[in-house]
Design a protein around this ligand. Sequence first.
Ligand code: NDP
Length: 294
Amino acid sequence: MMSSRLPRVKLNNGILMPLIGFGTYKIQGNDTVSMVLDAALAAGYRAIDTASVYKNEESIGACLSKLLPKYNLKRDDIFITSKLAPRDQGNGKCREAFQQSLSRLGLEYLDLYLIHWPGSSDMKPQDKRNRELRQQSWYEMESLIGEGKVKAIGISNYHPQHLKELLGYCKIRPAVLQNEHHPHLIQKEVMDLCFANNIHYQAYSSLGTSAKDNPVLSDPVIQKIAEKYEKSVAQILLRWAVQHDVGIIPKSTNPEHIADNCKVFDFQLSAEDLDKIDLLNKQHHYCWNASEVF
Ligand code: NDP
C-alpha cells in the first residue's frame, strides 16, 4: 500500500487500516461524490466508508476509477468499507448483497464488510429470528474471507449482548465494530469488550451527525477547549476519539472541513481535557439505537 502521512491501525488479522476514513452517508450523485473524493484524496484520506443503504456505491466506484490515476494511486492503496443492509440478512441473501456491492463499486475485493445492523428489516426488533439471520450472515461473511473476496469482516450498531453472542459462535473474530461514538455517547461496556478482544472500535457520527446545529458540534465545553488549543470543534472531537484509540470516519461536503478533519495527528489533548470531555457522556444516541434488537 502506498504510504500516506496519516496513521494506520493493525487489525486483529494483521491487515492495516487507516485510522481515519472518509464518511459518505447522504453524499450522492456523481458530481458531489467526485468533488468530495477529490478533496479527500488530496488531503491524504486513503479509506472510504460506504454502505449499500447509502445508494452511492456506484458513484464512488466510478469516481474512484477516474481519480486514482490523478493521485498516482492503485486499488490496493485505498481501503474500502461497505455494509450489509438489514434487508439482506441471512443465508444466500448476504452473499448476493455482497456481490452486488462489489459490482456497483466496480471492485474485485472489499477491504472491510460490516453487518450494518443486528436486525433484519423483515422482522420486528423483538423477533427471535433476528439472531438466527445475523448468525447466517456472519457465516457467509466468513466464507467470503476464505474466498479472498474481502480482507476483513466486522459489525456495526452492535450492543454488548449482540457482540457477546457473536464471540460465542464465530470462527473468525470480527476485526472492527463501527458504532455511534462522540462525547455525548460513550458506550463503555461494548468498547471494553472490543479492547479486551482486540476488535478495533471505529466511531461513526463523531461530529454528532449531519443534523443542523447538532448538540455535539455546539457543545460549550468542547467549544472552550477548541479555543484553548486554537483548533476547530471538529478537530477536538476527532482528536479526543483517536487519543482513546478509536478510529474515525468524519463526513463533510466542504473541502476546507475535509482537509481540516485529518489534521488531528499533530497535537495532543491533555489528560485533564480528555477527562473533561469524557464527563460530557449522557448516553444519548443521535443516530440509530439497536439496543432493543433481539
Ligand atoms: P458526522 O458526525 O461525521 O458529521 C457530519 C456533519 O459535520 C456534516 O453536517 C458536516 O457539514 C459537519 N462537519 C464536518 N466537518 C466539519 C468541520 N470541520 N467543521 C464544522 N462542521 C463539520 O456525520 P455522519 O453521521 O455522516 O457520520 C460519519 C460517517 O459515519 C457517515 O458518513 C457514514 O460513513 C458513517 N455512519 C455509519 C453509520 C452506521 O450505522 N454504521 C450510521 C451513520 C454514519 P459540512 O458538510 O458542511 O462539513
